[in-house]
Design a protein around this ligand. Structure first.
Ligand SMILES: [Zn+2]
Length: 635
């Protein structure tokens, strides 16, 4: 082990000028921290946390309205896609991949080809669930995740050796690898491929669009995180990111998998995959199995977390299904390219000179000696926005121009505040031109959705199930139509603390006025102790319903409902009211909500009856000072 440490130290200190031939894998604990003290600021090495700048990249991409729209359409298509997965993957969908090394002096071509092949082998093993360390899941981790299976996506990445685009001096028989022939994170000549750009000093281990297009775009990866083994000069995998998992993670993004904790952190956001537990933050390094957040065990061994290469080893079945769905609904151009150039060995080069596009020709026949390159107007008539189409598919002969009625923006910054075991408050930023908003919610993993609408920027959801995870989204309704839905988020209601009532069961039902923030209530027992209380509630939820169950022993009680402003809950600013009913829902007392600062209901319970009811309004006069109208700031 001493030699191993020495050898790694040399690599680190000299930035890969020397190569190390040790083949044993290194775990982080084997290497003293000091060995990595002199690291390049831009080079991710041991001791530094995993970094992925997918989210920043997406923020930039999504600033383009056309991209945003196209992205939303991908999600819509995926939603409408009925996954039909067979238990066995006998005929995987083949996806061609091209590797583009950038900024290499004195490249060792043979070594770089081997390195690329090592990386693609890792990708195929990881996505197909054939990785040797999946045993860590089977033997150690799986028991902490009852009911959740690891996933095997029925896809296969290939490194084509034929059908290369012109202009890169690549002959048939040579792999789709370029060296110092591309720049940045796009190579439009390589549309139809998933492109991997291996770049020095990237500033992060990697990044990718969340849902790539196969239009020349791809994944960028740092030169110190690509492939496995001892590397090739400056392109050298460095521990603990030397097992090829950085590209597994980034390619997950390319195939529409989000970070497992969502992105902003917290328990109200997740990754849109049903079987990955909600987690409130990334994990780094190599955490213990069983670590938890958000009341569930966290799946930090998932490729979409931030742990070390050696400590991530699985996708969930839900992630695999999402990947397959994305490939089949949005990457048809990549599938077509793969069908044409992967798989068979040494087929005749596609020829388009006959003016007929034959079955194995994916290019466009322009009458020249080759299918490609050939510029034609993108067509959108298929109802699918393909990788090289930037326009909007309206079913016409061309992507553009295409006019659609202007629609308003979807609400942003949606948040959920759980207010009880059966209720939650959803709120969002106001949208210009909004006439009203629709909140849609459902139990996670179940159907159907339920809708609630409001003219305000928040809405209470009532009658929810205790301890249950819900998904929700919000859309704007404006004069011209409706916006897209906001991103789907989730919340979990509090676990129920109620137990069966063996005394008098009462149901309290309160309808709020506009100023729920002024409303609260208490129940006093005869000795003056408060046995139940509620409020205050959110403002501007006029008509919203609040319910509470009371379980009271025989005896006499006083119910008091307060309005802090002194104008009751009816009728100047909305028509609030309340009822008290027995356990069977028979209403025992109804209030019109017209009082000043407080209204009392005195009642006694004997056996199972509700008797001696007396209603008292407070003697203080009702406050008639005019308040600001709903929607504007209140003093
Ligand atoms: Zn990432």
């Amino acid at each position: 082990m001493k030699n191993l440490i020495f050898c790694l130290s040399i690599i680190t200190l000299l930035f890969g000028l020397y190569s190390c031939n040790e083949e044993e894998s290194i775990t982080p604990n084997d290497v003293p921290e000091a060995a990595f003290s002199q690291t390049d600021d831009h080079s991710p090495l041991a001791g530094e946390d995993r970094t992925c700048s997918m989210q920043q990249h997406m923020t930039q991409l999504m600033s383009d309205p056309a991209y945003r729209k196209a992205h939303q359409e991908k999600l819509t298509r995926l939603e409408g896609y009925a996954a039909e997965r067979s238990a066995n993957c006998t005929n995987p969908t083949v996806l061609p991949m091209a590797i583009h090394y950038q900024g290499i002096s004195n490249p060792d071509v043979a070594c770089l080809r081997e390195l690329a092949i090592s990386q693609i082998a890792v990708l195929n093993a990881d996505f197909q669930g054939n990785n040797s360390d999946i045993t860590n899941w089977d033997n150690n981790a799986a028991s902490s995740f009852p009911g959740i299976s690891n996933g095997d996506a029925c896809i296969e990445f290939c490194l084509p050796t034929q059908g290369h685009p012109n202009g890169f001096n690549l002959s048939d028989g040579e792999p789709a690898i370029t060296i110092n022939q591309t720049n940045g994170d796009n190579a439009s000549q390589w549309n139809g491929y998933i492109n991997i750009f291996v770049r020095a000093n990237l500033g992060a281990l990697g990044y990718s669009p969340l849902g790539g297009n196969g239009n020349g775009d791809g994944v960028s990866i740092d030169a110190n995180a690509f492939g496995t083994g001892s590397g090739c000069g400056s392109i050298a995998p460095a521990s603990p990111y030397n097992l090829g998992r950085t590209l597994t993670h980034e390619l997950g993004h390319y195939l529409l998998l989000d970070h497992i904790w969502g992105n902003n952190g917290g328990c109200n956001e997740d990754d849109e995959v049903n079987d990955t537990p909600v987690s409130n933050q990334p994990y780094y390094g190599c955490p213990n199995i069983g670590a938890s957040s958000c009341s569930s065990t966290d799946m930090h061994m998932n490729y979409m977390d931030y742990t070390n290469d050696a400590c991530m080893y699985m996708f969930s079945a839900g992630q695999a299904t999402r990947v397959e769905g994305y490939v089949n609904t949005s990457l048809q151009n990549v599938i077509a390219k793969g069908n044409a150039i992967c798989g068979t060995t040494n087929p005749p080069a596609p020829s388009c000179t006959d003016g007929i596009q034959n079955g194995n020709e994916t290019g466009v026949d322009c009458g020249g000696p080759d299918c490609e390159p050939c510029a034609v107007a993108p067509t959108c008539t298929d109802g699918i926005q393909n990788g090289n189409e930037t326009g909007v598919d309206c079913g016409g002969p061309d992507c553009e121009p295409c006019t659609e009625p202007a629609i308003c923006a979807a609400p942003e910054n949606t948040t959920a505040t759980v207010t009880s075991s059966t209720s939650a408050l959803i709120s969002w930023d106001a949208v210009n031109g909004a006439v009203r908003y629709v909140v849609r919610y459902k139990v996670a993993g179940q159907n159907p959705w339920q809708n609630r609408s409001t003219t305000n920027t928040q809405r209470i959801l009532n009658n929810l199930q205790p301890g249950t995870r819900y998904r929700y989204k919000v859309r704007t309704v404006c004069e011209d139509g409706r916006s897209k839905w906001s991103d789907t988020k989730s919340f979990t209601t509090d676990s129920s603390t109620s137990t069966e009532c063996n005394a008098n069961e009462l149901q309290f039902d309160l309808t709020l006025d506009y100023y729920g923030g002024e409303t609260s209530w208490e129940i006093f027992a005869e000795n003056g102790s408060v046995v139940y209380s509620g409020g205050n509630y959110p403002n501007y939820q006029e008509g919203a319903n609040v319910q509470d169950d009371w379980c009271l022993e025989d005896g006499c009680y006083t119910f008091a409902i307060y309005d802090d402003y002194g104008d009751g809950i009816c009728c100047d600013y909305g028509e609030g009211s309340y009822t008290i009913a027995d356990g069977n829902g028979n209403v025992l007392f109804t209030s019109d909500g017209y009082f000043s600062y407080v209204e009392y209901v005195d009642f006694c319970l004997g056996g199972d009856s509700f008797n001696s009811v007396q209603n008292r309004k407070s003697t203080k006069p009702r406050n008639r000072i005019k308040k600001s109208m709903p929607g504007s700031a209140k003093e």
